[in-house]
Each structure stands twice: as structure tokens, then as C-alpha cells.
Ligand binder design. Structure first.
Ligand code: NDP
Length: 281
């Protein structure tokens, strides 16, 4: 039988835990979201993140800047937030308007305030498994596996996708947990054959239902990160129907990894507060 993971419920538990631990901190972490321009989808994301933060007992602020904001002015704003002891976490909502280099912006955020984990220093800390913030979506994937009691040590894990925000970091996190990790991408030969060997499959591709049900080894844990908007609605990167009955565990889309990504932004804000107060969390 396949367990279908309830990501909303897991996310509610993470938020409740953040709220409980925040209440005993002796201070209130503050999440600051910077929104440049007027992209309607970004406006919704930022508003939701601020609302989530407040519901978990965190302070939040949204800084809205016009689309014509020069790069230097945005960087100066980030410098000011880095220097502000009341600001715990900084996130700059992507995409940024043309002419602003997102990598330069990410590199400017104080690594201990970089709750989206896009600063290369945080990537280095992840590679070396040093204390620090970890990216939200990969943290959500590991949380699903851990709460379900999936044994990672010695397991064959196959990650489909090698992006900076999901594929690479989740591969490293699985490696640090002693899984044997294979990273697949668009040039991988015989993707089906590689996935068929996996005890743990993480699909982060952006191609609707690329991973077919009959590729799934019976009993495997399948984490579907994909979010593909089709006319029929939101679908993942895994053929959910086909995988059901074969997988031991699967995350649905929607209602799987997505809510956990949001919840781990709050967890990261709490971790950031601890890092800034001398607790490596
Ligand atoms: P990217 O587009 O940055 O990366 C996609 C990866 O998939 C690339 O490494 C690419 O390979 C690989 N790929 C593309 N086509 C194939 C193929 N046919 N076979 C094998 N590999 C392939 O995507 P992201 O990692 O940013 O996002 C992946 C998906 O996850 C998207 O649907 C996105 O919306 C979703 N997402 C969901 C989140 C959540 O909270 N649930 C958070 C972040 C993303 P190559 O490198 O060779 O080009």
C-alpha cells in the first residue's frame, strides 16, 4: 500500500513547532521580504510568506521597491538590513526586474540572514556540512523522509534535476545522511533504468509526469517537487496514478512538498535568529 504524504498537515506541525520554540526565545525573529516591481504572482507569494510568519509568532515586513530601482539602491538596502540587528531573515523575491543581477543580490545578503539560502557561502557550508542555514525545499524533502522513518543510510537515492535551489542541495543533504546518491539531468542516459534502482526518488524537473509509474521500484519513497501549471491544474513531475500502488510513500502535487517549503522558511528564520545569537542550531 502506498502512503500518500499529507504535506499540509506536516507543514502545520512545523509551523506549530516554530511558534512554540519562538515563544521561549526571549526575542522575536523578524522576516523581511523585499519585493522589487509589481509582478502579481510575486505580490501574492510575499504576502503569504508575511502572513505565515505572523501566524507563527514571528515579526514580518514587506519592503516594496519600484521596478526601476537601480541595482546599487537595492544593494544599499540589503546592506542596511544586514546591519540592522532587528532584522533576522532577509528574502528578496524572485524574479527580479531586468537589469538586476539576482546572483549579485544573493551574494550580498548576510549568510546568517539568508533564509532562502542563495548566498554562495551557504552553498559552501552545505557542501562541507558545516552549521548554517539550509535551503527550504530540500529541507522539506528531508523532513518528509524523516517523519516517515525512511532509512537513508546506505539507501540508493536518485535525484532527477540538478538545479541550484533543489536538485544539487537535496543531493548533498542525502549524501550527508549516508545515502548513495545519483544525480540525473537532461543528458542522463536511460533515466528510467537509473530511477528503477532507487529506494528514494526525488523529482525536481519541471516536466509534467516525466517519471513514470512503472519506473518506481516497489516500496520506494517518492518525493515529487515538481509544480507544473497545466490547463487541467497543478501537476507534479511524477505520474502519481501510475506510482500509486508501487511506491511505499509518495508526495502529492499539490499538497506535498509545496506547503513544507513555505513552512521551512519560518524554520529558517528561527534558525537564523539562533545563529545570530550564538546558537549554531
Ligand atoms: P530547473 O529548471 O532549474 O531545473 C530542472 C532540472 O531538470 C535541470 O537540471 C534539467 O537538466 C532537468 N531536466 C529537464 N528536463 C529533463 C529531462 N527530460 N530528463 C531529465 N532531467 C531533466 O528547475 P527547479 O529545480 O527550479 O524546479 C524543478 C521543479 O520543481 C519545477 O516544476 C518547479 O516549479 C518545482 N519547484 C517546486 C518547489 C516547491 O516548493 N514545491 C520549489 C522549487 C521548485 P539540465 O540541468 O541538464 O538542464
Amino acid at each position: 500500500m502506498t502512503t500518500v504524504v499529507d504535506g499540509k498537515q506536516l507543514a502545520a506541525q512545523v509551523r506549530a513547532s516554530v511558534k512554540e520554540r519562538t515563544a521561549t526565545l526571549g526575542g522575536v525573529p523578524r522576516l523581511v521580504a523585499v519585493l522589487v516591481g509589481e509582478d502579481p504572482a510575486s505580490e501574492i507569494y510575499v504576502r503569504n510568506k508575511a502572513r505565515d510568519a505572523e501566524k507563527s509568532g514571528l515579526d514580518s515586513e514587506v519592503i516594496r521597491l519600484p521596478a526601476e530601482t537601480p541595482s546599487d539602491a537595492l544593494l544599499a538596502r540589503i546592506d542596511a538590513l544586514n546591519a540592522d540587528p532587528k532584522t533576522t531573515g532577509i528574502l528578496v523575491q524572485l524574479p527580479l526586474p531586468e537589469g538586476i543581477d539576482a546572483a549579485e543580490v544573493a551574494a550580498r545578503i548576510d549568510p546568517d540572514k539568508d533564509v532562502d539560502c542563495l548566498n554562495p557561502t551557504n552553498t559552501g557550508r552545505l557542501v562541507q556540512n558545516l552549521p548554517g542555514l539550509r535551503p527550504c525545499t530540500p529541507s522539506g524533502c528531508l523532513h518528509v523522509l524523516d517523519t516517515a522513518g525512511v532509512e537513508l543510510q546506505g539507501a540508493r537515492a536518485v535525484v532527477v534535476g540538478r538545479s541550484e535551489i533543489v536538485g544539487k542541495p537535496v543531493s548533498l543533504m542525502l549524501l550527508h545522511r549516508h545515502a548513495t546518491v545519483t544525480i540525473c539531468h537532461s543528458r542522463t542516459r536511460d533515466l528510467a533504468g537509473v530511477v528503477r534502482e532507487a529506494d528514494v526518488v526525488i523529482a525536481a524537473v519541471g516536466v509534467p509526469e516525466l517519471v513514470r509509474g512503472d519506473w518506481i521500484k516497489p516500496g520506494a519513497a517518492v518525493i515529487d517537487v515538481g509544480m507544473n501549471r497545466l490547463e487541467s491544474g497543478l501537476v507534479g513531475d511524477v505520474d502519481f496514478e501510475g506510482a500509486q500502488g508501487r511506491a511505499g510513500l509518495i508526495t502529492p502535487v499539490p499538497g506535498g512538498v509545496g506547503p513544507l517549503t513555505r513552512a521551512f522558511l519560518l524554520e529558517n528564520t528561527l534558525r537564523a535568529w539562533k545563529l545570530q545569537h550564538g546558537d549554531p542550531a
